[in-house]
Design a protein. Sequence first.
Length: 155
Amino acid sequence: MRLAELYKVGERLDMGTVHFSAEDIIRFATKFDPQVFHLDEESAKASLLGGLCTSGWHTCAGWMQRNVAFFRSEAKRLIAEGKTPPKMGPSPGFRNLAWPKPVYAGDTVTYFLTPISTRAMASRPGWHMNTGLAEGLNQHGELVLRFESNVIEFE
């Protein structure tokens, strides 16, 4: 099966949620983004962001975690139905990455993927480029992450 046969352009897929605790934020930031507003609650209060918040890269890692889990679950479902799941990956990149609002300690983000286009790759017969709109919304419905993601699909 092809992704385009499973999910229509414009169909918003709910990939699940991630809760961002203070401990998780600090643990990630210590390793990957050691800025004060990601590391220390008191210092973060005095920062431009006004409180301990996750790194944008941590927010993206949450999206990737949910994306992989979603498509693994979908593959299992399709196999159980006697269908062959699409073969996907790798991603040649993304564009228009934005973190419109911070994700604070205690926030829960729900991640979505909306297919926006698919096209055959002229240079690779049987391969397709799929583009989707990736989004994350916090528990108040506010957009906290948005980017366009590309993934190669092959036979």
